[in-house]
Design a protein around this ligand. Sequence first.
Ligand SMILES: *[C@@H]1O[C@H](CO)[C@@H](O)[C@H](O)[C@H]1NC(C)=O
Ligand SMILES: *[C@@H]1O[C@H](CO)[C@@H](O)[C@H](O)[C@H]1NC(C)=O
Ligand SMILES: *[C@@H]1O[C@H](CO)[C@@H](O)[C@H](O)[C@H]1NC(C)=O
Ligand SMILES: *[C@@H]1O[C@H](CO)[C@@H](O)[C@H](O)[C@H]1NC(C)=O
Ligand SMILES: *[C@@H]1O[C@H](CO)[C@@H](O)[C@H](O)[C@H]1NC(C)=O
Ligand SMILES: *[C@@H]1O[C@H](CO)[C@@H](O)[C@H](O)[C@H]1NC(C)=O
Length: 580
Amino acid sequence: MAKFSLCLLLLFTVLFGHGIVELEATHHIYSRLQTPQNETKTPWDYRFQPYRTGYHFQPPWHWINDPNGPMIYKGIYHLFYQYNPKGAVWGNIVWAHSTSRDLINWFPHPPAIFPSQKSDVNGCWSGSATILPGEKPVILYTGIDPDKKQVQNIAYPKDLSDPYLKEWVKSDKNPLMAPDNVNNINASSFRDPTTAWQGPDNIWRVAIGSKINDLGFAILYKSKDFLNWVKAKRPLHAARHTGMWECVDFYPVAPNSHCGLDTSTLGPNVKHVLKISLDDTKHDYYTIGSYNYTTDKYTPDKGLIDGDAGLKYDYGKFYASKTFFDSAKSRRILWGWINESQSVADDIKKGWAGVQAIPRNIYLDGSGKQLVQWPVSELEQLRSSPPINVFDKRLEAGELHEVTGVTAAQADVEITFEITDISKAEEYRPRWTHAQWLCNTKNASVRGGLGPFGLRVLASSDSQEYTSVFFRVFKKADNKPVVLMCSDQSRSSLNEDNDKTTYGAFVDVDPIKDKLSLRSLIDHSIVESFGGSGRACITARVYPITAIEDKARLYAFNNATEAVTISTLSAWSMKKAQIS
Ligand SMILES: *[C@@H]1O[C@H](CO)[C@@H](O)[C@H](O)[C@H]1NC(C)=O
Ligand SMILES: *[C@@H]1O[C@H](CO)[C@@H](O)[C@H](O)[C@H]1NC(C)=O
Ligand SMILES: *[C@@H]1O[C@H](CO)[C@@H](O)[C@H](O)[C@H]1NC(C)=O
Ligand SMILES: *[C@@H]1O[C@H](CO)[C@@H](O)[C@H](O)[C@H]1NC(C)=O
Ligand SMILES: *[C@@H]1O[C@H](CO)[C@@H](O)[C@H](O)[C@H]1NC(C)=O
Ligand SMILES: *[C@@H]1O[C@H](CO)[C@@H](O)[C@H](O)[C@H]1NC(C)=O
């Protein structure tokens, strides 16, 4: 495809050479972890529940959190993730492991990394994979040692000829990085190594999240051989009032291109992204900036802010995310963990907690000021054909239009709205800088001039339960539009015990020049939405009581005082992915 050859061309123009690194391998053999079963229940008991997903990744039962070490090796995609083999709450953490040929259908393997050494006896926490020259994958991860200190360990495949990389061995040099008396690292705040990158000096670098008081930062370590690591004098980057940085991700992006870049790519036109998962707020934030490999400093571009006033990957539920470079298709792919919004007691009752978001292609927006995310195209194989289509339909003020003929509890919907006139839009006040607050104040049941209009999903036919994903267009004093996107969960379930926070984001699009688009991936208890062609993402968890399975309904709605036009609407029933 033309896009891929363009990606190759891009690579040649920015790529620097690699040195070869040989690993000193130690060959321990570990017996497979025996997953203890609950004596009274098996995964079988949890299969037919209304909130289990049809195409979002989740294991048959038990607790999951962060995606770990995603990569492609010999044409096989690998997903590892934090997993409790013993129950539906956090604890006993190992690296569970699944593989796929298409990022959508998955085959499970036994846990790949589990406590087996002094340096990880109390847990195997998050980390990343790096593909060393000669196609040799390695994993750096955080181990919890006998003193409950956080240390960094290495593991590598036992057999490189096995494309499924089922067995992993650990170095007896572990831990490779540890807090000690001289390096001044807080042993309780030192975790989640990034994918390593190599400079033109052939030296490897890795960043690890940390903090001192409320100063969050990414500690930098360097190594020539990937085994002996030396802490750099200064962090890669730091920011006040951000607290602990978890799951740092640091990678290059290409301007004006959807192509991804290998993590070690440097060049005059390359920009870098630094993503931090803030323990204090449980959101994933990023800046775009410049990385100077001579000083090993990362500097965000002007106007971009570290932390809670900055940009988020997803303005709903999405945490501890990680990207990898897919060398087969020259793209960068983002994985993120979506947690539950139910009580812990409900999690235990249903026997599982946590899902992974649909992997997203991630690249720099043409403006250079933000990233764009879009579900990987492989997801489209699950769409039933043909879709239910609506073209050029005027939605009158207050109109609710039902989309029939799709399995509304397991669907993929794309809708675009055409707006020609914003004279009736509400006036935007300069102090309205907080999108989530604005969505709460101007929720789906507050009528406006131009909005709310959008989708009503996982809805009961009697309008007792529904989740609204919608836009509201405002105009500034200079008549420039401001687009707000909201995901309103306040009516999502008759069960009052759930977290029903409404989420919001501003979408950097001009709805007069471009059509205003919304895509929602609806999957029983997940509503994963992409506004403005992926410029703003909001993921929600909802647990309807009546609007489940074939009782769920899908609508387009307009509750503004002005009519809007649906330019196109396509809705697909989604097939089940093969996951567990
Ligand atoms: C095992 O299942 C029983 C019965 O449902 C339940 O009471 C118990 O809490 C479960 N134990 C664990 C460790 O999940
Ligand atoms: C070290 O980290 C722990 C765990 O977050 C925290 O309680 C403690 O205050 C930290 N110490 C400093 C100096 O930041
Ligand atoms: C990186 O920093 C060095 C040392 O301060 C400086 O000489 C060099 O110009 C910088 N490189 C870039 C690309 O900014
Ligand atoms: C998980 O969900 C709860 C309740 O909805 C929320 O308060 C918490 O911050 C979430 N945790 C993470 C890591 O996203
Ligand atoms: C929506 O906002 C209105 C006005 O602020 C408020 O009275 C109402 O309770 C809100 N509705 C919901 C469902 O949150
Ligand atoms: C539409 O707005 C009216 C007036 O604010 C409100 O009473 C009604 O509940 C809204 N309808 C929907 C479907 O949200």
